[in-house]
Structure formats: C-alpha cells, structure tokens
Design a protein around this ligand. Sequence first.
Ligand SMILES: C[S@@+](CC[C@H](N)C(=O)[O-])C[C@H]1O[C@@H](n2cnc3c(N)ncnc32)[C@H](O)[C@@H]1O
Length: 357
Amino acid sequence: MSAGVESRKVAGQALERVNSKGAFANLALGPMLDRAGLSDRDRGFVTELVYGTTRMRRALDHILKPYVKGDLDPHTLATLRMGAYQLHFMDTPAHAAVDATVSSAKKRVRGLVNAVLRKVAKSTPNYPSEAVRLSYPDWIVDQLVTDLGQPVALDALAAMNRPAKTNTRQDGYVQDPASQEVVSMVNAQPGELILDLCAAPGGKATGLAAAGANVIGGDLHLKRSGLMAKNARRLNASLASIAADARAFPVRPGQADAVLLDAPCSGLGSLRRRPDARWRIDRAAPARLGTIQTDLLRAAATLVKPGGRLVYSVCTLTAAETTDVVSSSGLVMDGDPVVSVPDDQSDGMWSVRLQMP
Ligand SMILES: C[S@@+](CC[C@H](N)C(=O)[O-])C[C@H]1O[C@@H](n2cnc3c(N)ncnc32)[C@H](O)[C@@H]1O
C-alpha cells in the first residue's frame, strides 16, 4: 500500500473513533500514528487531515449533502468527509486526493466514495450561513458576534480553523504567546511567593518559576497536578505541584506576593488546539463556568498579601467569563484588561490585574 493510501487509512480510522466513539482527536491520534510507523511528513499530513476534517465537519456535511442519500455508516461518512476536506481545504491535487481516498476505503464502498468525491471535486459550495461556512455550532458564532462584534468575531473564528503555529519558549516548553503575556502580567520577582491556583499542566507556573520566584502550583485534579510535576522536573523549574481546590488552598490567607487565577473556562479562544471541542461545549458553559470563576476569584483574593498582586485570566472572550465575573466578584480592575483575539499568531486570551487594598 502506498504511503498516501496508508496515511488516509489511518486518518479515516481516527476520524471514525472521534465521530462515533466520542474519542478526543488529540488523544486518539498519537497512539494510532505511533502504531502506523509513518514518516514525520506523513504524520503531519494525517494530523492536519484529522484535525481539519474534525473542525470543518459542519461545512463538509453541507458540501456532501447534495450527493448522498440517507444515513451513511461511520466508515463511509468519515471517508467522504476527509475526501471533501482535501478537495476544498487542502492543496492536494484533486485526482490524487480522490484516488488515494478511494483506495483507503473498504472495498464495498469504494464505488460510492469515488462517485461522490468526483462530484464534490467539481462543486462550488454555497453556504447558507456564516456558521455553516466557518463550521461552528450556531450558538458559538452568535455568542462571539454578540461579545466581540461581527467582523472581529468572524476573523477570530476563521483563524481558529487554521492549524496552530507552535511557539517554543527558551526553556523548550511549547506555549502560546498570549499565555506568555499572562506570565508577564504577574511580573514575578526572584524570591517572591507566587500561587498559581489552577496551574496544570504548568505552562504558566513554570514560566513564573523561571523568573526565580517560589511558585506553588495547584490543580483540583490529582492526575493533572502529576502532569505539572512531570513538566516541572523536565524543565528543572522550582515549582511545588500540589492537588488542591482553589477555594480551599492550603496556604494561610494574606501571604502571597502574587496570585494567578488562570481559571477553568469554556475555552472558546483556543478551539484551534482542540479540534473537536466546538462540538462538545454546550451553550450553557460560559454562564456555568462564569459562576464558578466568580467563586474562585473571591477565594484567590483572600490569599494575596496587602499590596500584593492578583491576576485573573481565561482562554475565552465571552462577557460571561470575563467582565461579568469581575463585576460579580466585587473586585475592581487595575487598568484595562489585555485582550488577545485569536489570530494566526496566537490564541484568544483575556487577562486583567485586580486592585488589592
Ligand atoms: C485553563 S486550565 C490551566 C492551564 C494552566 N494554567 C497552564 O497555563 O498550563 C484550568 C485548570 O483548572 C483546573 N481546575 C478546575 N477547577 C479547579 C478548582 N476548583 N481548583 C483548582 N483547579 C481547578 C483544571 O483541572 C484545569 O487544569
């Protein structure tokens, strides 16, 4: 079997698992790629095919709709979607995309896949809405248009459909520039006691430790705090990793020079990194998480010493999880928030310093 056919076979199997078994694309793919023994180049191709097909699922189903009748089995559906993705969203030449995708399909459906993809190759999609064109659930588009205005929201949503650029810190940790800005906002100094209350897997906490501060990173989930401990060891960071609820953090109140609350959020600013997330998050998530964030922020404020610093950040841009949380916490912003809208360079992130007495 040629490498092109083998790659599409692996991609098709990964997509079937994501579509019908609810697997997370980023978790399912790694082990499958390892087992397949593909070259680095082919691994990159499969990753883009699986991530892209997952992101663009709604647009692809619209493209396929005129040419398929009735329900398709998971294998045929995954194969047609990835075929249409190559034809409309990748640079692969059409004949190569169709031939290799057809050959990767199970024998009994090759005729159907071939007939449909040939028609798809010649089609020009006519999308009924921006949500279909950009391939998001309606509620995400509506929510971001309400919170950011139409042009900014549509640009941000389009940017999150393109593959992520990787940014590597000096110490080798891969971290988005918007997250690095949050670390800068905390402005950690050597010898300071800094608490990072929602810290796993430790991206920001290890960045804070690199400044020479004594950092305690906590996370509610034991497994995730273990992951942070592993990252800290790998980077040789002076970071104590603990499992703790930010609402009952095991440090006496009023002791920390600075506290970072990088709160759990809907993640609508970093959808590009989690290609299936847009199909999982429910519309009630921003309001539900906003309420939790308010509790966490109030608890975080008690840990800061007089004159100390409190930074609150989230990787989303909804009002319910940013400005509304600050208002309902009773705290006051110290200066304007830093708002990073997702673009080709970075994820979406919202962060602010809060006034401390
Ligand atoms: C946005 S992520 C943190 C990312 C991390 N700061 C970084 O830069 O790598 C939010 C984290 O909050 C944790 N979390 C959720 N609820 C929490 C709680 N009540 N107390 C502490 N951590 C919590 C989640 O397990 C998740 O790891």
